[in-house]
Design a protein around this ligand. Structure first.
Ligand code: UT7
Length: 332
């Protein structure tokens, strides 16, 4: 078995910046509340006719390929994580494949919300480990802004989410001491409806009704307090699991890239793990929560800012809807 490594990472965000002040005009909220409770200052919203979940993913993918010195034609597989696909079906993976002009390689969509990217990374890692594929593009991309309730009813959720994309290119590592050391995936369906968009689902005879629109069940629902409590338990747990598996301690981590759910959650994890601020990546103030895009977007910016060096121990961790949670430990 061989390890895989991240040979390239990239991101793309829409140009349109939406501040907390902009949201004040749409619903009963304040810049102060959003900053204090979440750490978010602004987020990006897509432009209709310009940005799509798949083409934002393709843009992030092109940047990752460039860093890896590879062409789209070098790819053997696409793994695309999103909860906001362009269409109900087919998935966004095939649309990205078309956008990049690479025919006939497999394109797999992964639906694990905030943990989606780490799940997708783990899937790609297995294909490389077994020797089945060499170069795999792993993408997380989301457009939330077209699916949020911008009335006061939806404020507990709508102020949090933003649009964006991130991607990595995974290739075989030259050594088993380097690259992705291990990945750890978990879920607990007991809490499926605590963070979910229920409609339009296939379990109702009429999939989309005016009642669903009026009652707002077509919008994401989150039991914020409950999700928060589970998040602050599961994040440290799954990070510890990755460290233990490889014989490391928290103090060995050079950079922790947590899913950007809430600055208070990130600060809690940082404290719990005893890590200094500079070893924990945070860009939630600029982008909000971009679910499957959040980890690769944060990783890409950390690399761009020169905060990850060769040989560093990097830990990715995520928690979200499902509930699902996951981590990956990487020797960069
Ligand atoms: O990414 C997947 C995982 N997601 C998460 O991990 C998110 C976890 N949860 C959270 O981040 C937080 O629970 C939230 C940011 C969603 C909410 O923060 P909170 O401190 O838990 O606030 P809350 O829901 O307890 O609401 C406190 C008050 C309520 O008013 P009352 O009942 O005290 O009068 C809400 O109605 O704040 C009110 N509120 C708002 N006020 C102004 C809720 N949303 C807003 C808003 N603006 N946008």
């Amino acid at each position: 078995m061989r390890n895989s490594k991240i040979a390239g990472v990239g991101h793309y965000v829409p140009e349109n910046i939406v501040t907390n002040k902009d949201l004040e005009k749409l619903m009963d909220t304040t810049d102060e509340w959003i900053r204090e409770r979440t750490g978010i200052v602004e987020r990006r919203y897509f432009q209709e006719g310009v940005d799509t979940t798949s083409n934002m993913g393709a843009n992030a993918g092109r940047n990752a390929l460039k860093m890896a010195n590879l062409e789209p034609s070098d790819l053997d597989m696409i793994v695309f994580a999103t909860l906001s696909p362009d269409y109900v079906f087919p998935g966004s993976g095939v649309l990205l494949q078309r956008e990049l002009g690479i025919k006939e390689i497999p394109a797999l969509d992964v639906r694990n919300q905030c943990s989606g990217f780490v799940y997708a990374l783990s899937v790609a890692d297995q294909f490389i480990k077994t020797g089945m594929y060499n170069n795999v593009l792993v993408v997380g991309s989301e457009i939330h802004s077209s699916g949020l309730d911008f009335s006061t009813r939806g404020r507990g959720v709508s102020v949090i989410f933003g649009d964006g994309a991130g991607a990595v290119v995974l290739t075989p590592s030259e050594s088993n001491e380097r690259g992705i050391l291990s990945t750890h995936l978990h879920s607990d369906g007991e809490f499926a409806e605590e963070l979910a968009t229920i409609d339009p689902g296939s379990n109702k005879k009429e999939r989309l009704t005016h009642q669903m629109i009026d009652e707002g069940t077509i919008y994401p629902y989150m039991n914020g307090n409950m999700v928060f409590k589970h998040a602050v338990t599961r994040f440290p747990e799954v990070i510890e699991e990755a460290l233990q598996k490889n014989g490391y301690q928290a103090s060995d981590i050079d950079m922790l890239i947590p899913h950007q759910a809430n600055l208070r959650i990130t600060s809690y994890i940082q404290q719990k793990m005893g890590l200094p601020t500079e070893k924990v990546m945070s860009n939630i103030h600029k982008y909000g929560n971009t679910t499957a895009a959040s980890v690769p977007l944060a990783l890409s910016e950390a690399v761009e800012e020169g905060r990850i060096k060769e040989g560093d121990l990097v830990c990715l961790a995520a928690f979200g809807s499902g509930f699902t949670w996951a981590s990956a430990l990487i020797r960069w």
